[in-house]
Design a protein around this ligand. Structure first.
Ligand SMILES: C[S@@+](CC[C@H](N)C(=O)[O-])C[C@H]1O[C@@H](n2cnc3c(N)ncnc32)[C@H](O)[C@@H]1O
Ligand SMILES: [Zn+2]
Length: 274
């Protein structure tokens, strides 16, 4: 029987133990558990801004959009892939508002699930799902876990640190990364900018790191028709939001529906033998 997974104190690296409504380490660093059930383990020194990560509006847009089922095929493929690995412990790094954690919780009834995100709003939304998943506000660049904690770490359209992934994974652990293919949301980009802007996700970081081996590669393709009332949410959850002028946004919101290809790449990496 392996030890339960503990949060690591972000200040002194000792183990945190739950003590009533807070987590504390032996040096008496203490972190309150919010009423929704998550813990904020992001010390001020680790914050890049006052409220790092996605804002309330972006998180709300993502939740409303995802709950309409537009990315359901990705969720299904991802869950099937992860079930086949039979993990006892899984971390969703950059979990956002918890859409994929909810799908995983439903199928992986025995596994211990964790989710972290640097956005407090995201973790608050995820906690409101009441999933029996341990949630913390924390950065993917400084994961609040001990070495060799997880069988599987997933990162879906979120930033990664290969050092941290290599550190928190068990020796036979697996990283699953989801990112966009070149056609992903092409219809949205063309509508906004008259041309597509292919983006590549974070794969190159792992592909070029000798500590990892690419072991599985999958693609999920589809085409969706986004109803007019959901277009604003789609824009709000993508990085295009920041590059869009008020005029471009206005034009986008006036179209009656938006057809766009989806193209997700799912890559699985194992750790290379030490
Ligand atoms: C595009 S969203 C994806 C969210 C979720 N994985 C999903 O697919 O629904 C990217 C997420 O990464 C989070 N994020 C940004 N920087 C981060 C960091 N350094 N550490 C952890 N999460 C971060 C954002 O707050 C946001 O929730
Ligand atoms: Zn401490």
């Amino acid at each position: 029987m392996s030890n339960p997974i503990a949060f690591k104190c972000p200040i002194c690296d000792n183990s945190l133990t739950k003590d009533g409504s807070s987590y504390a380490c032996e040096n008496k660093h203490s972190f309150d558990i919010a009423k929704e059930g998550y813990v904020n383990l992001l010390p001020v020194q680790q914050k890049s801004s006052k409220n790092p990560g996605d804002s309330y509006e972006m998180i709300k847009s993502r939740q409303e959009f995802l709950e309409k089922g537009y990315y359901e095929n990705l969720a299904k493929t991802l869950v099937t892939t992860i079930i086949s690995l039979n993990p006892r412990s899984l971390l969703d790094s950059g979990c956002g508002e918890g859409y994929y954690l909810q799908k995983l919780r439903h199928e992986l009834t025995e596994a211990t699930l964790f989710g972290i995100d640097v956005s407090k709003e995201a973790i608050r939304f995820a906690a409101k799902r009441k999933l029996d998943v341990q949630l913390a506000v924390a950065s993917a660049y400084q994961l609040p876990f001990f070495n060799g904690s997880f069988d599987v770490v997933i990162s879906i359209f979120s930033p990664i640190s290969t050092n941290e992934l290599a550190r928190v994974l068990k020796p036979d652990g697996r990283v699953i990364i989801v990112g966009p293919g070149p056609d992903h949301l092409k219809g949205l980009a063309i509508q906004l900018f008259r041309s597509a802007i292919p983006h590549e996700g974070n794969f190159s970081l792992l592909d070029s790191d000798p500590r990892f081996n690419l072991v599985t590669e999958q693609e999920v393709r589809g085409e969706i028709t986004v109803a007019q009332k959901d277009i604003s949410n789609l824009l709000g959850m993508t990085p295009y939001y920041w590059r869009t002028t008020p005029e471009q946004k206005q034009q986008l919101l006036e179209i009656s529906e938006l057809k766009t290809p989806l193209q997700f790449h799912i890559k699985g990496y194992s750790k290379s033998p030490a």
